[in-house]
Every structure is written in C-alpha cells, then in structure tokens.
Ligand binder design. Sequence first.
Ligand code: PLP
Length: 419
Amino acid sequence: MGDSSLTLVEDGTTALNFLKETIKSSLNDAKDAFFVADLDDVARKHWRFIKGLPRVRPYYAVKCNNSPEILRTLAILGTGFDCASQAEINMILGMGIPAADIIYANTCKQVSHIRHAAAHGVTRMTFDCESELEKVAENHPNAEMILRIKTDDAGSFSCLSRKFGAPLENCEHLLRVAKSLNVSVTGVSFHMGAGNDNLQGFHQAIGNARHLFDLGNQLGHKMRVLNIGGGFPGHPDFKPTFEEFAAVIVGSLEQYFPREEEVEVIAEPGRYYVTSAFTIAVNITTKKEKWAEDSDGRNRRELSYYLNDGLFGSFLVCKMFDKEIRLKPIVEKDCLPSAESFPSTLWGPCCTDKDIVMEDVDLPELEVGDWIFFPNMGAYYVSIHTVFNGFLAPTLSCIISKSLWPLLEPQWHKLTNKV
Ligand SMILES: *Cc1c(COP(=O)(O)O)cnc(C)c1O
C-alpha cells in the first residue's frame, strides 16, 4: 500500500462522495488510481459486532487488510489481532499493542516464528496436528494452545478446512499427546470458511467444541477459550446477514457454554470489518471499439477500456475469492437513465492477456480520462497485490467524520507503527 492520508469530513460523507470531490479538485491531476476508506464504516461494523455478539471479543484478522489506519482504528475501538506470521506480529507489537491482544492463529508455523512469539510474550497460538505440538514443546514452553478443528465448510468459497483443522476423530489423540509433551491446551477454535451461508454450521461446530472442552478437561487440560473464527460476511448484499449468524451463535453459546464466567469467547473476523469501507477509483487510459456478431448473428458495437489498475494489482483477489467479488462498476460520469449501453471489456494495465478485470459488462459509453469506481473493495484486495510491470499500488485516503474523530484522536498518534 502506498502513502496514505487522513481527512476529517462532515458526518454522513461517504467514500463515494469523497472520491468524486477528490476527482473534481486538482489533487489528482495524474489520474492515478486511488482508494478511499471510510473509517466510520469500520467503526459501525465494530459496534454492530459487539451488539450482535456481546459475549465475543473480536481479534481482527490482520491478513485481510493491514492498512495502518484500519489497525489503529480497531485497536482503539478495542479489538485484538489475529496474526499469522512473524511480520504480522511485529506490525502489531510495533504499534505498541500488548502481546496479550494477539492470537497467533496459523496452525502451521515456522520454528523461528514460534521462537519469536515466545521471545515477545505472544502465548496464544493454534495447532491442528502432532508435529506442531512437538515444535511448540521444544520452542515455546509457555504457549497456551488452541486446538483447531475441521468444520463443514462445503458451502463456502474459501474452504479453509481443506487445509486446516484436525478431524474430530483425531482430537482425543492430540489432546493426549499434548499432555504427554507438557503442552497446555486451553481451548478450541474453528473457521466456518468464507462466504458460508450455512447458518447451522456454527451450531454444529460450537457443539463439537463443547464435546472437546469436556474431553480436554477430563484429560487434565484447563479448557477456557472458545474461538469461533472468521468468515462473517463483509459485503452489504450477502445473505445471511451478520445478525442472522450472530443469532445462531448466541443461541448455540447459551446451549453449550451457558456459564459465561467459565469460557472466554473470541472470534477472528476479517472481511466483515473492511469490505464495505473501501472504494477504489480507476481511470480509463485507452479506449477501443470493434463490431462483432452476437449469438443471434446481429452486429453489435463492443467497447474495450484499458484501466490503470487491474488483475495483478488491486483486483488480483478476484481470481481467488470469486464468489464474493460481485464487482459492480459505478461510472463517474452523469448518464441519462435512457443512455444506450454497450457490452464492454475492462482490461488492466499490464502487458498480458490475463490482465482482465471484467468481460462483457454493460456500460454506457465512456471516454479516456473518465473514472470508474468499485465499492466493497476492502477485504484482501489491498493486501494481495503485485507490482508486476511497474504498476504500483494505489494510494489510500482515509476519511473520518468529525463526530468519530474525537473518540479516536487521544490514542491515534500513540499507535504509530515503529517497525
Ligand atoms: C483468514 C482467516 C480469518 C479471517 O477470515 P475472514 O473470512 O476474512 O473473516 C480468520 N481466522 C483465520 C485463522 C484465518 O485464516
């Protein structure tokens, strides 16, 4: 991510309004692509989260979007952080955030990263297999391990349980091995996958966790942390809504973990917090047209636009998380509703035919220099990015309302990343 800036705006200013103003001003004469992030949107997500899941402390998944402004906002609002690597741990510690607010939630860790966690007091980590326990026994004797279990995430588009999580039938063995290695297991975690619309999956996973709490306690572990993972929807149109997930989780917690004082419940939301806060503006550098036959044999005019950001930049994630993409281009230009539209292709800037953002999308006729906006770009789009062909990451401008800023300001400058 390039340089970023923070601007104080009137309450109610949206990222889209702000993008349009920026474009009208002479601030961006070069017409570089840029992002705007609305920190109020992030704060609203947080308040929704704690309202829907009052028993659950969120540990924001840093990999989803590590823009410093996002990390600072969330730290001040009171989330912890889910880190998956030494560099992510350093980024959070470097902001002055205590190690106790970190969960090192990658089940398969490099030994030197485990040692780094031990040296910096990051004790809470996850595991899902025997070899991880052996590494931890040797390199991090104070670790408080959380057993990650597989879930039924078939309904999701990012089936994390293909890669992570112990099958239930292995868990007793793992709990015994941990005991024999003197590694303390303090809880259970799972991830339902991203874009999962299976509400009951949470009920089932929380029930499985209950079973493993009982088993762990019987085997001499002190089970006290339940980690319900991430995967909560970030896109405003996603169904079921966050509140529908929250209702199932609240009910399942009441059923399986009724005594609040005995269990600390945490979660690792990523996309939930940032998807809708970020909008990107891209500019058309080149326009081409051609006439081609459509499937009914009619001649139609097709337009191609070349954009200054594409698949190897901010849109790279489109290829990985297909289902949630729903790229919805918004054209800056005021067009009459009656304006004719044309089948259009949106190409990225790199010199490869693979750099294609959208194909056969209906758009009104646009010109070189016109802007196109894509909302809901906050999750992963920022953190997965290449500089292939020398096209650098867009800059980020953050906006924050005059009513939210006083809440964040007292701590804002203390959380400067020193790494
Ligand atoms: C990626 C990841 C998350 C965040 O997932 P979202 O779908 O963005 O909420 C949470 N926990 C773990 C262990 C992850 O790997």
